[in-house]
Design a protein around this ligand. Structure first.
Ligand code: IVH
Length: 603
């Protein structure tokens, strides 16, 4: 190789390092990655291969030489007496078999079993117990030092705070804290309501939840934890294998994934992987692969580590829930608080067996940041039942005919000479410091219907029998104009019975469900009102503080801002909500608008 080629290699290595450092920071420190894990792994692999081939360019500060990023200081630092390692990856059967053959060679023909586990997409945590009590919980951090998040972890119900007698006097277990998919979807929905940036995936949501400075916020997130390793022990003999250790930890009250399996052959490991690859959609959590671990600890010790990865384990990754397709157009829908939500209209594409036609785009800033244009070939991603998302454009496929998105241009109404709500023609506003545009007309039929749907939804007043289509029908028939009217339906039984396909039984069920909803706790009622920026968590804080709707309604700006975590943005939104009297019956003109809009929607 001549000098010129070598300098090209060096240049590439430096470029990869800079890229990886940046993505590391985005992922570990800001919890806001810009690229997929697959893309990150690909860059890391390329760098590892180049450094192996050209060791003269290896430096101690290369991202291949370290484990993650430095912990945030706000939490206090915990030292890991035994470093928290990472895992090597394999991506197909051939690579799995190569890994297995290498292990076989290294152990010199000794027999071993392999434990197969799901690789949960959460964050690695170490829990220390002293004299049967949970004393310290820490993040992985840089592998040697993590953040002390004990108080937050104590809010996770599946973590035992004290253990039965007979537990080792001092020991540490490790595992994955994660947010189940349902909890992730709900959290993002709430964040959208509150105008907060959305979490890209359950991992980031779990990380964001666990690293809250206020443990009360963590407590409201449905976090969970599976234990997958013993970090270290003192004062008690432990079983000789990983499997038996997990069984033992189960007896101490730790949560171990019941889907773990022990296998003798690599073919069986492959079967386990294939089975869960087929069934991953049905899992309550996001798993990004299968972890294969050599079961016998003496062999684990003999195999040892390379850099930050043990030789005795590997992660067999699932293919991404991603596909590429054409973004035909960016549409705008109207949310319940009036937000104008851009969404992608896609050339239909199958992602993990589900056909995707639309995907969330969040807001204009996000679209600009990712440089997504109409006509682009884009990467679409979905996780479980969560609304599909656009990861970003495939820049190499640009033809020059793509069109940049501008919300005010897109919603511009020539006749009115200004941007207008695509549903009611109302004025479009963008409050200072916010990323979202809003339709300013509180009587906008799209908002009215969304508000009604939200009011009756599970997390709010939970009125069974009134879902999306029944809300639409009630509005269409003029039986309700807003949520408050629901409580007058009992006087309109005759009219309800006239609705198509509504029998005595379903009407009675709905009316009973309405009566039952009157007992909902105050926090649910506040949440159900659908006040801009007031999601479930904020509603609970408000209910704890004010104890009655009346007191909340009469609260001054200062009183509102004296509630922890409530700043001027939320306070002003609450004041505006009660001032606009959205809880009272809306005007006749909005009724006409609503039925016009519904007719259009049903077409
Ligand atoms: S074992 C030395 N088991 O994957 C091996 N890790 O890249 C230590 N993970 O940081 C990890 N599920 O957060 C192991 N069943 C599992 C896992 C698992 C998820 C994560 C863990 C770790 C990362 C390794």
């Amino acid at each position: 190789m001549n000098m010129e080629d070598l300098s090209k290699v060096k240049e590439r290595i430096e470029k990869l390092r800079a890229e990886l450092d940046r993505h590391n920071y985005l992922y570990y420190v800001l919890d806001s990655p810009e690229i997929s894990d697959e893309e990150y792994d690909r860059l890391m692999r390329e760098l590892q291969e180049l450094e192996e081939k050209y060791p003269q360019f290896l430096t101690p500060d290369s991202p291949t030489q370290r484990v993650g990023a430095a912990p945030v200081e706000a939490f206090g630092v915990v030292e890991h007496p035994v470093p928290m390692l990472s895992l090597s990856n394999v991506f197909n059967t051939e690579e799995l078999f190569t890994w297995h053959n290498r292990v076989l060679k290294l152990v010199g023909g000794r027999r071993f079993d392999m434990c197969c586990e799901h690789k949960l997409d959460g964050l690695a945590i170490a829990l220390t117990y002293v004299d049967g009590k949970f004393t310290t919980g820490a993040t992985r951090g840089d592998g040697l030092h993590g953040e002390n998040i004990t108080r937050n972890l104590k809010t996770i119900r599946s973590i035992p705070l004290s253990l039965p007698s007979g537990a080792p006097p001092r020991f540490e277990v490790r595992g994955e804290v994660y947010l189940p998919i349902a909890g992730f979807a709900k959290l993002n929905q709430e964040r959208a309501t509150e105008g907060l940036p959305l979490f890209a995936n359950p991992r980031n949501a779990a990380a964001g939840s666990v690293r809250q400075l206020d443990p009360r916020i963590t407590a409201r997130r449905p976090l969970d934890m599976y234990i997958y390793a013993l970090g270290w022990t003192e004062g008690k003999e432990m079983p000789p294998t990983h499997w038996e250790t997990m069984e033992y930890l189960k007896t101490l009250g730790f949560k171990i994934n019941p889907r773990n399996e022990l296998h003798q052959t690599i073919e069986k490991v492959e079967d386990y992987y294939q089975k869960w690859l087929r069934q991953r959609e049905g899992l309550p959590y996001e798993a990004d692969g299968v972890v294969v671990k050599i079961n016998q600890f003496d062999l684990q010790r003999a195999l040892g580590d390379v850099g930050r990865e043990p030789r005795w384990a590997t992660a067999y990754k699932f293919p991404a829930h991603q596909a590429t397709t054409i973004l035909q157009e960016i549409g705008i829908s109207v949310g319940r608080t009036g937000t104008l939500n851009p969404y992608a209209i896609l050339e239909p594409v199958s992602v993990g067996g589900v056909t995707i036609r639309q995907a969330a785009l969040h807001n204009e800033d996000d679209i600009r940041r990712k440089d997504i244009r109409e006509g682009d070939t884009v990467i679409v991603q979905r996780a479980g039942d969560v609304i599909p998302e656009i990861v970003g454009p495939v820049l190499g496929k640009r033809t020059g005919n793509e069109k940049e998105f501008n919300l005010t241009e897109k919603s511009y109404d020539k006749e009115k000479g200004r941007p207008a709500c695509p549903v009611c023609g109302g004025e479009v506003i963008k409050p200072e410091g916010e990323v979202m545009y809003y339709c300013s007309n509180a009587a906008c039929p799209a908002q009215v219907q969304e508000r009604l749907e939200h009011f009756v939804s599970r997390g709010a007043m939970d009125i069974r029998g009134i879902g999306e289509s029944m809300s639409a029908l009630l509005l269409k028939e003029g039986l309700v104009n807003d949520a408050a009217d629901i409580y007058y339906l009992k006087d309109k039984k005759g009219q309800l019975l006239e609705i198509e396909r509504m029998g005595e039984k379903s009407v009675t069920n709905i009316l009973n469900a309405i009566e039952k909803s009157k007992d909902r706790p105050l926090a649910r009622i506040i949440y159900a009102l659908g006040i801009r920026h007031v999601g479930g968590e904020t509603a609970e804080l408000l209910a704890d503080h004010f104890h009655s709707l009346k007191k909340l309604q009469n609260a001054t700006r200062d009183e509102l801002m004296s509630v922890p975590s409530i700043g001027p943005k939320i306070a002003d939104s609450i004041l505006a909500f009660f001032r606009s009297g959205r809880t009272s019956t809306s005007s006749a003109s909005s009724k006409t608008q609503a039925s016009n809009w519904l007719r259009r929607k049903q077409r």
